[in-house]
Every structure is written in C-alpha cells, then in structure tokens.
Design a protein around this ligand. Structure first.
Ligand SMILES: C[S@@+](CC[C@H](N)C(=O)[O-])C[C@H]1O[C@@H](n2cnc3c(N)ncnc32)[C@H](O)[C@@H]1O
Length: 334
C-alpha cells in the first residue's frame, strides 16, 4: 500500500520534504515522475518556474489529477499513461533531464477503489490490476497449480502458511468461485489465530498484487531504464514500501556504487567500474512528526544516488533476482 493519506481531501505524499531537499540542487530542468498518483511530488517540483515534469502512471485514473496540472502548467507538464518499465520510450525534447523519481506502491485512492480489489476489505470478484495488466488475480486463483500458488505466497508475501493456504484454495475452488471475501475467509481459517498487528490476509494480498502487476520486473526494468536515460550528474530517487522492493533498490544502488572484484558474472573489463555515487548507505525514513500525521508511512524508505558514469551492464542485478523473476513468469495452468 502507499504511504499517501487523504486528510480532509488533502493528499500527503510520503517523505516529501526529504525528497525535495535531495532534488532541489538540480532545479532548472526536466524531472520524470514515474509514479504520478495524485501528483504530490510533481506539483511540488512544478512550483519552481524553471522546472518541467514528465509524469507517468499505469493507472488511467491518475489522468484526472494530471488534467489539473496540465491546465495550470501547460507545456511545463506532460502526462503519459504507460508503465515505468517503458520510460526509455519517452521522447525527450531537451537534454536537461535532472532526475527520475519513483514512489512505489499504491495510492490511497487505488486502495479505496473497491472495484480494483487491491484491499482485503474489497468485496466481489478478485481483481488487483493497477492498470495496463494482462490478467487479474481472479484468473490466478481460479487456475494456478497449488505448488505455484505456494511459491507466490512464500516468495512475494513471505507468508509462513503459504503451503496450507494454497492447498485450501484448491480444495475450495472445486466447489465454488473464490472471490475476495472467500479468499480472506480461507486465510483466516488456515491461520486460526488472529494477528493483531496486521490483517491475516495482508501477505497473501501483497503477494498476489506483486504477481498480477509484475512488480518485480517493472521495478528492475524501471531502474535500469532510469539509469539509461539519465545524463551523468542526474539523480534516481526511490521510495519503497515493503522489504522485497527495498531489497532490489538497495542492491541496485549499493552494488553499482562500490568498487569490488568479486562477482563471477561481471566481465573483467567491467570490474571496479562504479555507476553511482551513493550519498547515504542507510535509507531516509519518515520523521516522528510525519509518522504522527501519517502512520502508514512507517514502512517507507527513501534511497537515492547520482549517476556518475555512462556505462551499463546490469546482468548481476538480473541474476541476483532471477528467482523472483522466474516466479513472476509462472504459468497458470491447473
Ligand atoms: C504511491 S502512489 C504515488 C503517489 C504520488 N507520489 C503522489 O504524491 O501522489 C504510486 C503510483 O504509482 C503507480 N504505479 C505503480 N507501479 C507502476 C508502474 N510499474 N508503472 C507506472 N505507474 C505505476 C500507481 O498506479 C500509483 O498511482
């Protein structure tokens, strides 16, 4: 879920102050906002007259908010309804790109849109598509083999009861169609004891959302493409919301900003070549004030790095997370 909240119809994007302090030294150029949402970050950047924003979101509903910014900022703002794994296809008219920005996850509007079925509080047919998807969680739950369901819950949700939940799904779907409520009931039955910290179904829903939206390959391709389109001196900033995405972002920045000689995947001529300057090893996290105002922001982590070299071989990144990419590509045959 996103760490953006709605208070009296006002949206509060997570870690906004920290984010602005990172990118403001680069002001006077173009910024790509890969996760436009309700435009919290874009709006703040556009407040400065010599900045331009190209915003991207896979959810067409974001267009409503984009229209407002287009009206106000005219040619300084452009919106595209594409996935951020495709940002390399954006035709940049200038060579003043300063930063590529990711605020991963979901906006509160998406979670509250019950037809999207992203939340376990939704009712009716399973869905979980954020936008521009090729299948829904209904098809996954209705067709996927038990062992593959187990893998999704285990690796994408870190769900301890993955195996038993997968087995129960197979049993129940022989008798009826599994909708959102049935799925939460199945999880409750398997787990028996209520977890008072998080909803019993949180991990299963997270796992299915990651699978349906192909979030692992989206993130890996998005990061690589961000690096490719940025000129040297540009910054990539990423806010993550759960440990799986943070693991990928951390590896991406850290692995390619340290000189080392160890990996067998790296050709000799590329050893000791760093792609980034990492400003901080530890991520930025919300202040106590922000946590008070917006408790869901507690899981947010902001990592960033400056591109220092035009060089590109991300084989190590892909090898490291191949086990997750393989799960994302599992078939759903019975
Ligand atoms: C947490 S919200 C962003 C909130 C935004 N920063 C704001 O201040 O309003 C994340 C947004 O990213 C979008 N998104 C997630 N994955 C995406 C992807 N692979 N490509 C494009 N948009 C994506 C979601 O549809 C959602 O609108």
């Amino acid at each position: 879920m996103s760490a953006t909240i709605k208070l009296e119809n006002k949206h509060f994007p997570v870690l906004l102050k920290e984010f602005i302090s990172i990118i403001s030294p680069l002001y006077g150029g173009t910024f790509i906002d890969c996760t436009f949402g309700q435009g919290g970050y874009s709006k703040k950047i556009l407040e400065k007259k010599n900045n331009n924003v190209i915003a991207v979101d896979r959810d067409i509903a974001a267009y409503l908010y984009a229209k407002e910014l287009k009206h106000k900022y005219k040619n300084r703002f452009h919106f595209q309804n594409i996935k951020f794994s495709e940002i390399n296809k954006i035709k940049l008219k200038t060579n003043d790109l300063k930063a590529v920005i990711f605020d991963l996850g979901y906006s509160i509007n998406q979670i509250k849109d019950l037809s999207k079925g992203l939340s376990f509080q939704s009712k009716g047919k399973l869905n979980m598509q954020m936008g521009l998807n090729s299948f829904s969680s209904h098809e996954v739950i209705a067709n996927m083999k038990e062992d593959n369901l187990n893998k999704i819950f285990k690796f994408f949700g870190d769900e301890r009861c993955a195996k038993r939940i997968a087995r129960k799904i197979i049993e129940v779907r022989k008798k009826k169609i599994i909708d959102t409520e049935t799925l939460t009931k199945i999880v409750d039955e398997v787990k028996k004891f209520k977890n008072y910290k998080i909803n019993n179904s949180t991990k299963v829903f997270q796992a299915l959302r990651i699978f349906v939206n192909k979030e692992i390959s989206e993130l890996i391709d998005g990061l690589i493409n961000a690096y490719q389109i940025l000129p040297v001196g540009g910054i990539i900033t990423v806010v993550t919301f759960h440990s799986l995405e943070d693991k990928i972002v951390k590896f991406f920045f850290k692995n390619y900003s340290e000189t080392k000689n160890s990996s067998r995947y790296v050709p000799d001529k590329e050893k000791n070549v760093t792609y980034f300057k990492l400003h901080k090893k530890k991520p930025l996290t919300p202040s106590i004030e922000e946590l008070k105002l917006n408790p869901p922001s507690r899981s947010a982590k902001l990592r960033y790095a400056t591109k220092i070299r035009n060089h590109c071989n991300f084989d190590e990144l892909k090898k490291k997370f191949k086990y997750l990419l393989d799960i994302e590509n599992l078939e759903f045959t019975k």
